[in-house]
Write a protein that binds this ligand. Structure first.
Ligand SMILES: Nc1ncnc2c1ncn2[C@@H]1O[C@H](COP(=O)(O)OP(=O)(O)OP(=O)(O)O)[C@@H](O)[C@H]1O
Ligand SMILES: [Mg+2]
Length: 581
C-alpha cells in the first residue's frame, strides 16, 4: 500500500531538512514518553516512598523533584516542535499538490470538462489534495516517531524484566504486543472501501453546490428553491452516512487495542503475583507497557490514515494521470505568422463515440477568405470551427494550415495565429483593461484603446466611473451581454491574428451597434481568413464563400447569389430570416 505513495514522496523532498528536524524532535518526544516516564517511577518512587529509613539531602531531593518536570519539558518542547515543523512541511506540500493539480487542469482537453463536473473537480483539487497532504506528512512523521517511542518503552521493559526475573517475564509482558496487530488489520480492511466512498460523496455535494451557484437566476425563475435544497440535503446525507460508516470502524480501533492491552496487563499481574514481584518494579513495567501501547495505537491509526489517503490518491490520480490528448509532438513545427490557408480533408468528428457530429467533411478555405458557416441549429457549425484551434481533434481525417497538419504545429504557435470570439464570451474578474490585455500582453495602452474604439466599446467603457479600471465581476457579470461581446471583439482586434473565428459574435448587439460593428468588422477582416457563424443574413451575404451545413455534412458551398439560386436549404433559411425581420 505504501508503494502507491512512492511517486508522491517527491513532494516531501524539497523540505527534507525541515522534515528531518521534525522527525528528530518526534524521536526525542517519543523516547521521552516511552522510556522517560517508566524510568521516572524507577528512580523517583523508591526515593519518595522509602519510608523514614533514609533522610534525603536538599540536593538529592531537588534532583528527584526535577526528574518529572524535566521529562515533561523535554517531551513537551520536542513534541511541540515536531507538530509545528510537520505542519510547516504540510502546508508547503499541499501547495505543490494543488498547484500540480491546477496545472494539469490547464492542459486537459476540453472534452474532459464535458465529462467531469466542475464541482467534482473542485472537491478533488481542494479536499482530496488536502487529504493526501495530511496522509503524506502524518505517515512520514509517525512512521519514525512511533517506533522510537515503542523501542524506548520496550527497552525499559526488557531491561527491567531481565534484571529481576529473567527472560520469562519479558516474554509474558510482551506477549500482547503482537496481538494488537489483529484489530489493526481487521479495521484497516473495513476502512479501505469506505475511504474512497467518502471522497466521492464529497465530490457529489460540491457538484450540486457549484451547479446551484452558477444557476442562481434559473432557480428563482423556475421556483426551484425547494427542489435544490432537497437535492443538496440528500447528497449531504449520503455523505454523512459514508462518513459515519468510516468513523464507526475508525473509532473502534483505540478501544480494541486498549482492551487487548488490558488483557496483557492482567497477565502481567498474574505473573507478578506468582513470582512475588515488588510493587515498584511492577509499576515501572506497567507504565512501560502502557507507554508501548500508545505508539501501537498510533501505528494502527496510521494504517487508517493510509487508507484515507489512498482514497484521495485514487481520485487525484484520475486527474493527474488523465491523458492530455492535445499536446505538442516532440518535433512540433514552430510557426511565426501564418498565411491562413485552411483545408479540411475527410474530417469526421464525434463527441461521443457512437454519434458522428461531422461526417467526412472536405473543404478548402484559401488564405484571406471571409467564409460564413450557415445551417440549422445543431448542424455542426461550431464544432467545425472548434477544430481549427484544436479545441478538439478530429476522429479521422485532417485539418491543415498553410499545408501543415495542425497537429504537427506547436500548439501555442497555432493558437497565437487565431482569434476566437465565442457565442458566450467569458471575462475574468478583473479590470476591463486587463481583460483586454490578455489578447496581446505586450500591447500598449493606446493600442488597447484603439482596439476598444474599433469594437465600439471605448465609449461605454468611458461612461463607467472607473473607465478602463472598472472591475467586471465574476465571468463579467456586471456587464450587459452586448457589452461583453464588444469587449470580446475588442480582444480580437487587439490580437490581430491572421485567422479569425466569430461564433455568433454579434448576436447580443442591438441593430444600431450591430450596424456600427459591421463597419468595424469590415476593417478587421481585411486580409484575414475568417470563419463567421451568424444567424443574421446581413452578416452572411457579404461573405466571399458560404458553407452550408446540415446534419454534420457540408451540403453546398459558394457565394450568396449562387447558393440562393441553387440550394433549397440555404434559400429556405434565408427566406425565413428575411420574413422574420
Ligand atoms: N460537448 C458536446 N458533447 C456532445 N455533443 C455535443 C457537444 N457539443 C455539441 N454537441 C452536438 O453536436 C452537434 C453539433 O453541435 P454544434 O454546436 O456544432 O451545432 P451548431 O451548428 O453550432 O448549432 P447552433 O447554430 O445551435 O450553434 C449537435 O447535435 C450537438 O448536440
Ligand atoms: Mg453553434
Amino acid at each position: 500500500m505504501i508503494r502507491r505513495f512512492r511517486p508522491y514522496i517527491r513532494y516531501l523532498q524539497p523540505h527534507r531538512g525541515l522534515l528531518g528536524l521534525a522527525i528528530l524532535c518526534g524521536i526525542i518526544a517519543g523516547v521521552a514518553s516511552g522510556a522517560g516516564l517508566p524510568l521516572m517511577i524507577d528512580r523517583v518512587f523508591p526515593v519518595i516512598f522509602s519510608g523514614s529509613a533514609t533522610v534525603l539531602s536538599g540536593w538529592q531531593l531537588a534532583g528527584v523533584m526535577l526528574w518529572i518536570p524535566s521529562v515533561f519539558l523535554l517531551r513537551g518542547v520536542a513534541g511541540y516542535l515536531n507538530t509545528y515543523f510537520i505542519q510547516l512541511v504540510g502546508t508547503r506540500v499541499l501547495e505543490n499538490i494543488r498547484l500540480d493539480f491546477f496545472r494539469k487542469l490547464q492542459v486537459l482537453p476540453l472534452s474532459f470538462f464535458q465529462k467531469n463536473s466542475s464541482g467534482d473537480l473542485l472537491s478533488r483539487g481542494l479536499a482530496d489534495a488536502n487529504q493526501l497532504q495530511v496522509t503524506l506528512t502524518t505517515v512520514a512523521n509517525e512512521i519514525i516517531r512511533s517506533p522510537a517511542t515503542l523501542i524506548g518503552a520496550i527497552s525499559v521493559i526488557i531491561w527491567k524484566a531481565y534484571q529481576i526475573e529473567g527472560v520469562a517475564l519479558v516474554l509474558v509482558t510482551l506477549a500482547v504486543v503482537p496481538l494488537s496487530v489483529l484489530p489493526i488489520r481487521y479495521i484497516g480492511k473495513k476502512l479501505i472501501k469506505r475511504a474512497g466512498q467518502i471522497q466521492a460523496e464529497l465530490g457529489g455535494v460540491t457538484t450540486i453546490f457549484s451547479e446551484n451557484l452558477s444557476a442562481t437566476k434559473e432557480v428563482r425563475a423556475f421556483s426551484l428553491e425547494d427542489r435544490e435544497v432537497a437535492r443538496f440535503g440528500r447528497a449531504s446525507q449520503t455523505l454523512i452516512r459514508a462518513q459515519m460508516k468510516f468513523l464507526k470502524y475508525e473509532k473502534a480501533l483505540t478501544p480494541l487495542i486498549e482492551i487487548v492491552s488490558a488483557v496483557g496487563i492482567s497477565f502481567t499481574l498474574l505473573y507478578a503475583y506468582k513470582v512475588q514481584l515488588d510493587q515498584k518494579t511492577f509499576t515501572t513495567l506497567l507504565l512501560a507497557l502502557y507507554a508501548s501501547y500508545e505508539p501501537i495505537k498510533k501505528l494502527g491509526s496510521l494504517n487508517n490514515e493510509l487508507k484515507r489517503g489512498l482514497g484521495a490518491l485514487d481520485r487525484l490520480e484520475e486527474i493527474l494521470q488523465a491523458p492530455v490528448a492535445i499536446i505538442d509532438s516532440a518535433d512540433a513545427l514552430p510557426l511565426a505568422r501564418a498565411h491562413g490557408a485552411l483545408a479540411f480533408t475527410d474530417v469526421s468528428f464525434a463527441y461521443a463515440t457512437d454519434e458522428p457530429v461531422l461526417q467526412k467533411i472536405s473543404v478548402l478555405i484559401p488564405a484571406g477568405t471571409v467564409c460564413a458557416l450557415v445551417g440549422p441549429s445543431g448542424a455542426g457549425k461550431s464544432t467545425f470551427a472548434n477544430l481549427v484551434p484544436r479545441f478538439f481533434d478530429p476522429v479521422s481525417g485532417r485539418v491543415t494550415l498553410d499545408g501543415h497538419d495542425i497537429r504537427a504545429i506547436r500548439l501555442a504557435d497555432l493558437r497565437r495565429n487565431i482569434a476566437v470570439v465565442s457565442q458566450d464570451p467569458v471575462l475574468f474578474n478583473d479590470t476591463i483593461y486587463h481583460n483586454l490585455l490578455i489578447a496581446r500582453p505586450e500591447a500598449t495602452r493606446s493600442e488597447i484603446e484603439a482596439a476598444a474604439g474599433a469594437a465600439y466599446a471605448h465609449e461605454f467603457i468611458l461612461s463607467f466611473p472607473g473607465g478602463y479600471e472598472t472591475l467586471v465581476g465574476e465571468r463579467g457579470a456586471r456587464l450587459s451581454g452586448g457589452q461583453k461581446q464588444r469587449l470580446a471583439l475588442a480582444r480580437a482586434f487587439l490580437r490581430n491574428a491572421p485567422i479569425l473565428i466569430l461564433d455568433e459574435a454579434t448576436s447580443a448587439l442591438d441593430s444600431d451597434s450591430e450596424a456600427a460593428i459591421q463597419l468595424a468588422l469590415k476593417q478587421l477582416v481585411v486580409g484575414k481568413t475568417v470563419l463567421i457563424i451568424a444567424h443574421r443574413f446581413s452578416t452572411i451575404r457579404d461573405a466571399k464563400t458560404i458553407i452550408v451545413f446540415d446534419h454534420g455534412n457540408i451540403v453546398a458551398t459558394g457565394p450568396h447569389p449562387h447558393l440562393y439560386a441553387t440550394n433549397p436549404l440555404y434559400r429556405s433559411l434565408y427566406e425565413r430570416q428575411q420574413g422574420a425581420t
